[in-house]
Write a protein that binds this ligand. Structure first.
Ligand code: NDP
Length: 444
């Protein structure tokens, strides 16, 4: 049996009941076969076996008291996956669906994504099955303080630097940072996505969405095209979706649909982003209100239907596995030309296959949404240098990073004979750097 197949088979056997982790590992490892064939020394050094095994997994109890005085208990996780090229770095997700499988899939993806940014950051991920929806600010604070009361001993500015993800935005990072600072008595860059008054970086809020559009813009440009006049569908209406919409609109695209976990809105005249921001960022309400506020728009219950809306460019920005094979086929039938993943693993393996066979330009998450973590690394650089860069400065660096990622994955795909296959390109380009560092460190 070939090396990659053997590692994958063993991984599934040793980590049963972790379907998301299996899915991500399958996607990654199967594309690395040409690299490990070229480098037999990797097999001799057990490199892939070590690559798919987290360096450390921390699981802990998070007890807190709700507004009715009842004790609640959640699960906390931090997977410190790989520190070969820098301190562990990756977000925290608070969502009822969170389990070890999801955190491990995200952590594994994060290793290669962080490598692709070209910055010195390793891969990690964490979170909790806590559901922030419907909780008061006091309950959110109580939860965050309890979560950090355990997490603080595992993280540090040079060890592991968490950030936000689904359910963890500026408010949660503030409470987490406050508790860390109180326990450790140090004001350091231990979390990114911090507020601008306490060490945050300009553009971090916008970074993932803007970065997604910058890399798609570069893919369009290389084909003599642009966002101007394009019809775009964006799933989600959270941090990534909102700023992808903002940047795509500023480049002349018409974004016609978005959703939250209850249903989607369609506005043939182009989404009014100020209305979405007010609903989602200010009032934390449901997207369905949009249809009442904007004449001519409609709301449909349920999410999947969004992929039946014809578009030139689809930007899935909500969550994993939101585009399945059938949705991918519908998108292709309706003429989609570009799919760029803002969310992590939003397309199933079957959906990716449909896009690639149809000649759709498919930009996978680890390349397309790397702008968030790249800007987090820029926040770390500003923190340790006690500097504060302007919006224009950070935005220019972000754009430059995304353009470089595009050419890096394009070149890697070409080098290995898979021109235009950016799944191959991203996995290979990200892996080679990590593998080289791991080989240099010996068997650790
Ligand atoms: P947010 O919590 O800000 O927004 C998530 C959005 O997705 C919301 O609109 C939410 O709807 C929707 N959503 C969440 N779960 C589901 C579900 N199961 N079905 C349908 N809709 C769902 O998260 P982010 O915008 O930060 O993250 C979105 C994606 O981008 C995630 O995959 C994340 O891992 C990825 N990502 C985020 C980065 C960042 O910098 N924030 C960086 C790189 C990747 P509702 O409001 O109803 O919950």
């Amino acid at each position: 049996m070939k090396y990659v197949e053997r590692v994958l088979k063993n991984l599934k056997k040793q980590n049963p009941n972790e379907p998301e982790f299996h899915q991500a590992a399958t996607e990654i490892l199967t594309t690395l076969a040409p690299v490990v064939e070229k480098h037999p020394e990797y097999e001799a050094a057990g490199l892939l076996e070590r690559f798919v095994e987290p360096e450390r997994v921390v699981m802990f109890r998070v007890p807190w008291v709700d507004d009715k005085g009842r004790v609640q208990v959640n699960k906390g996780y931090r997977v410190q996956f790989n520190s070969a090229i820098g301190p562990y770095k990756g977000g925290l997700r608070f969502h009822p669906s969170v389990n070890l499988s999801i955190i491990k899939f995200l952590g594994l993806e994060q290793i290669l994504k962080n490598s692709l940014t070209g910055l010195p950051i390793g891969g990690g991920k964490g979170g909790s099955n806590f559901d922030p929806k419907g909780k008061s600010d006091r309950e959110i604070m109580a939860f965050c303080q309890s979560f950090m009361t355990e997490l603080f001993r595992h993280i540090g500015a040079d060890t592991d630097v968490p950030a936000g993800d689904i359910g963890v935005g500026g408010r949660e990072i503030g409470f987490l940072f406050g508790q860390y600072k109180r326990i450790r008595d140090e004001h350091v860059g231990v979390l990114t996505g911090r507020g601008l008054t306490y060490g945050g970086s300009l553009v971090r809020t916008e970074a993932t969405g803007y970065g997604l559009v910058y890399i798609t813009e570069e893919a369009l440009k290389m084909r003599g095209d642009s966002f101007k006049g394009k019809t775009v569908v964006i799933s989600g209406s959270g941090n990534v979706a909102i700023y992808a919409c903002e940047k795509a609109q500023s480049l002349g695209a018409k974004v016609v649909a978005m959703y939250d976990s209850n249903g989607y809105i369609y506005d043939a005249n182009g989404i009014k982003l100020d209305v979405i921001k007010d609903i989602k960022e200010v009032r934390r309400a449901r997207i369905k209100e949009y249809a009442n506020l904007v004449p001519g728009s409609t709301y449909t219950e349920g999410c999947k239907g969004i992929w039946t809306i014809p578009c030139d460019i689809a930007l899935p920005c909500a969550t994993q596995n939101e585009i399945d094979e059938a949705s991918a086929q519908t998108l292709v039938k309706n003429g989609v030309k570009y799919v760029a993943e803002g969310a992590n693993m939003p397309s199933t393996l079957e959906a990716i296959d449909v896009f690639q066979k149809a000649g759709v330009v498919f930009l996978p998450a680890k390349a397309a949404n790397a702008g968030g973590v790249a800007t987090s690394a820029l926040e770390m650089a500003q923190s340790s240098g006690r500097m504060f860069w302007s919006f224009e400065e950070v935005d220019a660096k972000l754009k430059n990073i995304m353009v470089n990622i595009y050419h890096n994955i394009d070149n890697a795909a070409k080098e290995y004979g898979y021109e235009g296959n950016y799944v191959m390109g991203a996995n290979i380009a990200g892996f080679v750097k990590v593998a080289t560092a791991m080989m240099a460190h010996g068997i650790v």
